[in-house]
Design a protein around this ligand. Structure first.
Ligand code: NAP
Length: 319
């Protein structure tokens, strides 16, 4: 039985997510041909050199033309422009999807450029690492991770089902969600935590000047995990915050209130409050492990405690 789900897939943008999709599609034989395009000649050359995509094209229109599925894998701020650039060449009956980490803003930017007869099914694989670029993708990235599909009202159900079957065949679990709900969930689980990591590393960097590099030298696991998250792509994360403004600000408001209450508990010596709070958060960690979304091994399964250790699971910094 053929496993091909789409005859031709076009990947627009050739970084971590597109690269991982290419390898996952090839691993399971899910498309007959995968074309690709990236903005710079340098990335296209690297893609050709390492065999990322069956055919790397020199224009976005050439890559998208005749494709049954076009996947927009560019930063959120570039989605609208790319959709406009391909709108004239899209094949009737084709599906356009994206992998952007924010959904409301992408739907607003892309929808006006989708011609009649073409399906638009926005998506978001909740998997990532702090690495980016054409060499960073790998086939296992989506294994047992969630991919959220956020179809706009009136979308053809068959197009949604077909995309769902592709994500499942690439190893992911799929759930369908409303755009606003998606953006709120991601603000809590991913966007605000990234901002907190960026802030903590920034604070430590400022401190380093008064502690003579000791912050880096004695860096313990907690801080090292922050530095890994804070090494994530600046373009991608700038776009995430600019386009998921409302939900992120809502969560950061709540975060600040909680932080102040813990700060007060420390100042007043309210050990009961701290203990109860940490007991509740420990239970949340247990829930994540029980749901199979992380390892129970100490220190995330790292081999030792030296500064050079690498996470055994390269996907640790999920988006
Ligand atoms: P990446 O590794 O930085 O790759 C981005 C790619 O987009 C590069 O190939 C870049 O080309 C290309 N690009 C940028 N602007 C473009 C334009 N105007 N036209 C055509 N190509 C353009 O990024 P990524 O991590 O794969 O992220 C891609 C998308 O996935 C983002 O929307 C992000 O929100 C989403 N996402 C990321 C993660 C994660 O953890 N990384 C997880 C889930 C979803 P050049 O190399 O030539 O500049």
């Amino acid at each position: 039985m053929s496993k091909v789900i789409y005859d031709r897939v076009a990947l627009i943008g050739l970084g971590l997510i597109a690269g991982s999709m290419y390898h996952a599609i090839k691993r399971a034989g899910l498309a007959r041909e995968v074309t690709g395009f990236a903005r710079s000649g340098e990335t296209r050359d690297i893609a050709r050199e390492i065999g990322l995509c069956d055919r790397v094209c020199d224009s976005v229109a050439e890559a998208a033309e005749g494709a049954d599925l076009v996947v927009l894998c560019v930063p959120i701020g570039a989605m609208g422009q790319v959709a406009q650039d391909i709108s004239g060449v899209l094949k009737p009956g084709a599906t356009v999807t994206d992998v952007g980490s924010v959904k409301g803003a992408v739907i607003e930017a892309v929808s006006p450029h989708i011609p009649k007869g073409v399906h638009f099914v926005p998506g978001h694989p909740m998997a990532g690492t702090e690495h980016s670029g054409p060499r960073s993708g790998f086939a296992e990235l989506f294994d047992n991770r969630w991919c959220l599909l956020v179809p706009v009202e009136g979308t053809d159900q068959a197009a949604v089902d077909r995309l769902e079957s592709l994500w499942k065949a690439m190893g992911a679990n799929v759930e369908v969600m409303e755009p606003d709900h998606h953006d709120l969930v991601c603000a809590v689980t991913s966007h605000a935590p990234h901002l907190i990591a960026y802030t903590m590393v920034g604070v430590a960097d400022d401190l380093r000047r008064v502690t003579d590099n000791e912050v880096i030298k004695f860096s313990a696991a907690g801080f090292r995990d922050f530095t890994r998250i804070a090494a994530s792509d600046p373009t991608m994360w700038r776009d995430v915050f600019l386009s998921n403004k409302e939900a992120t600000l809502e969560i950061l408001g709540r975060f600040t209130e909680e932080l102040f209450s813990l700060q007060r508990a420390i100042r007043t010596g309210d050990g009961d409050l701290l203990f109860d709070y940490f007991t509740r958060t420990r239970a949340i960690r247990r829930g994540i492990i029980d749901a199979g979304q992380d390892t129970d091994a100490p220190n995330f399964g790292r081999g030792g405690s030296g500064a050079g250790d690498r996470a055994s699971d390269d996907r640790a910094s999920d988006d």
